[in-house]
Design a protein around this ligand. Structure first.
Ligand code: EPZ
Length: 424
């Protein structure tokens, strides 16, 4: 039976909450573990649908994936071993469940010299091309063919080279790194993505014996090595989950401290929150936000890191929907990432879409309604709107939210929200 969240709005969030590890760091790391037959351990892995699906895909490839509860209750410990890795073709429905299955191309090409995958899936937020991924793998010497909805690639041994990405694609940068670590010679990636998850992936790979320099900056230089060994790693905190919780604090005019964060990962968001009138304080691994009155309207343009992250654009729109004034939000990364607007209008929001921009005229209050989740971050936006709304909000199709948030309603309840999950 489909699940929904039932939210009684109007409660201020307050208290302390700990962020889980980053979904978008864990997923490429699970692919990185395939680059060695040795045991790789990932600690404090969040309990997410996307992690579960990636685990099922790896199992399909003959990989041993052992998941045990973290001793401190911080998610899961994943132990991944692949002595008998195969290029067994995974069911398309599984590969198509999320975007991250594409990372398998780089890892399997690096380890086995061949790969046969279906096209990746992912949130319906616009076209999700993979041309930059394929460009990078071809530049490294792979023969890549796309036919019958699948992608086959072979390479006796990849050869290091210089690649220049016309867009700083996160996934393409990660895929090229995964393919280059066992290539012959040195690979230089120019105009790479600079997201913190790239740097964290390089930390794990270097702990496995890779030689990567400059990850998180431009260029990234990968000196190919003969082989990698196992390692253990705790991924960085999830900056998008933390940002979502900070925006939930602002939208409910609350006061919350979030722990297990790296404040410098949040500079663009903290600037916006201060512009909206919040008091923001940071410590070595925590951020405190207090919003005493109604947020002020803010303009925002999403950009690659360190700009304002596209993944926080939908939750930010919910704060703008109840702000004092008119906000202009411009989505520069994806073509159709305003799925939440139509549902927010059902709650009384005043939002007009003009091309890549949303004109959000703040209203005094939103009203509880029955709304539908269309994608992961749009779902987060609807939860935040429900927290602020007068009355009760039913958020349908919660499975989208479970792809990327580990126990969002549990964390919000700990902060005083009245939210519960029901079936049917
Ligand atoms: C990663 O997706 C994240 N997913 C996304 O998070 C995030 O929104 C995105 O990076 C941007 O930060 C994971 O890490 C699993 P991109 P990715 O390649 O790698 C275009 C979430 O909510 N592009 O940086 O797919 C693309 O169309 C998810 O957690 C090409 O044109 O993002 C988009 O417009 C959503 N050709 C832009 O680049 C390509 O070959 C950015 O995409 C690849 C991408």
């Amino acid at each position: 039976m489909p699940e929904r969240l039932v939210i009684a709005g109007g409660r201020r969030l307050s208290g302390l909450v700990r962020t889980s590890s980053a979904k978008n760091a864990v997923l490429p790391m699970m692919a990185a573990a395939l680059l060695t037959p040795d045991e790789c351990t990932l600690r404090e892995v969040p309990r997410l649908r996307d992690v579960e699906v990636m685990g099922q895909i790896l199992t399909c490839l003959g990989v041993d994936v052992l998941a045990e509860p973290d001793p401190l209750g911080r998610g899961l410990t994943l132990v991944i071993r692949s002595p008998n890795l195969s290029t067994h073709v995974c069911p398309e429905w599984l590969m198509g469940e999320m975007r991250s299955s594409i990372f398998l191309m780089g890892a399997l090409l690096g380890r086995l010299g061949q790969v046969d995958v279906a096209y990746p899936g992912g949130c319906s937020i616009g076209p999700r091309p993979i041309d930059l991924h394929l460009y990078g793998l071809r530049a490294l010497g792979a023969r890549v063919e796309e036919r019958h909805g699948r992608i086959q690639a072979q390479a006796r041994r990849l050869t290091g080279c210089e690649v220049h990405l016309e867009l700083p694609s996160v996934g393409a940068t990660e895929n090229i790194i995964l393919a280059a670590v066992l290539a012959a010679g040195t690979t230089t990636i120019r105009n790479p993505a600079k997201e913190p998850e790239i740097k964290d992936l390089a930390h794990l790979l270097n702990a496995m014996g890779a030689r990567i320099r400059g990850a998180g900056g431009d260029p990234v230089v990968i000196e190919g090595v003969e082989g990698l060994h196992g390692a253990a790693h705790t991924p960085i905190p999830d900056r998008i989950e933390a940002g979502t919780l900070l925006l939930a604090t602002a939208v409910t005019r609350g006061e919350v401290t979030i722990t297990n964060v790296i404040p410098k990962h949040h500079s663009a968001l903290l600037t916006k929150l201060r512009q909206a009138g919040a008091l923001v304080e940071t410590g070595p691994d925590c951020v405190m936000v207090r919003m005493d009155g109604r947020p002020a309207a803010v303009d925002c343009r999403t950009q690659p890191y360190p700009g304002f992250p596209t993944d926080l654009q939908p939750p930010l729109m919910s704060m703008c929907a109840v702000a004092d004034g008119t906000s202009v939000i411009t989505e520069n990364i994806y073509e159709r990432r305003f799925n939440q607007a139509e549902e927010l209008r059902k709650m009384g929001a005043n939002i007009r879409i003009e091309g890549r921009s949303a004109i959000v005229k703040g209203v005094d209050r939103l009203y509880g309604a029955r709304v539908r989740v269309h994608d992961l971050r749009a779902g987060a936006a609807l939860v935040l709107a429900g927290l602020a709304a007068e009355g009760t909000t039913l958020v349908e199709d919660v499975f989208h939210i479970d792809r990327g948030y580990d126990g969002l309603e549990r964390k919000l309840s700990c902060l005083g929200a009245e939210v519960r999950r029901t079936r049917g």
